[in-house]
Design a protein around this ligand. Sequence first.
Ligand code: NAD
Length: 268
Amino acid sequence: MSSLFIEYFKGGYGKNMKIAGLLEGKTAIVTGGTRGIGYEIVKKFAEAGAKVALFGSRQETVDKALGKLKEEMPEAEVMGLCPALDKYDEVEKAIGTVKEAFGRIDILANNAGISARESIYDYKPEDFEKIMKLNVNAVFFCTKAVAPIMKEQGGGSVINTSSMVSIYGQPAGCGYPASKFAVNGLTRSLARELGKDNIRVNAVAPGVTRTDMVAALPEEMVARISAGIPLGRPGEPEEVANTVLFLASDLASYVTGEILSVDGATQV
Ligand code: NAD
């Protein structure tokens, strides 16, 4: 058995893997970095040696996340901003601020997202538009604003957070899978367009992941969901972050246009 394999099981579900130095000298932006999967991505990137800018929806939650990071990782070089991700001029300005502060931008994790459960009979058109604005337009806006910077630097890595519903759809809240199908479309298309500039574009497609939302569910519901997952449990945010780290790093230097499932082989 390789030592890496042993370390994985000792650490438990990919926790505490040794990754120091993997992103040394690199800088990253993580949208939706204040909690859940995004917060774990921020920590993972910082632990791997990157300087990280997290984007959140409100100054208050950004400050809270930065305070928590200071306690958990006092040595991390992290900054926080809250541009309206559905407004291109605000996105462009925030990305310019990060470039000025860090000198370069090597990695963009487009992670911010909202979901929906409404039936089409009750679905308000404005709610459909709202989900598209954050889950799709913001991915396009952030990527459009970083691409020229990455091109000038000689390359970069963009990682989008899709979802397993981009493969299966879901029986309600059609805006959410529709948005994640679009994320996959952006991922595959931009990988083809930006490959010549050495910019890789990939996505992770998490299954049910134990963020606050899932942690708040009754245990019997989690058990029912888990029964349909071959690995027998929901994923941990850190397991998604580990996969994003791989795609962000030079370990994935020949991987682009990929939608990588992180779902314990969930079949629905
Ligand atoms: P979460 O609700 O815990 O976090 C969402 C993040 O997005 C937060 O940091 C929040 O600040 C940010 N955000 C929300 N609205 C925003 C806005 N208008 N502007 C800027 N930022 C905004 O959710 P999560 O589970 O960590 O989800 C992260 C990503 O993972 C999302 O794209 C989601 O679709 C995807 N995902 C999650 C699961 C899961 O089971 N948790 C499964 C598949 C995919």
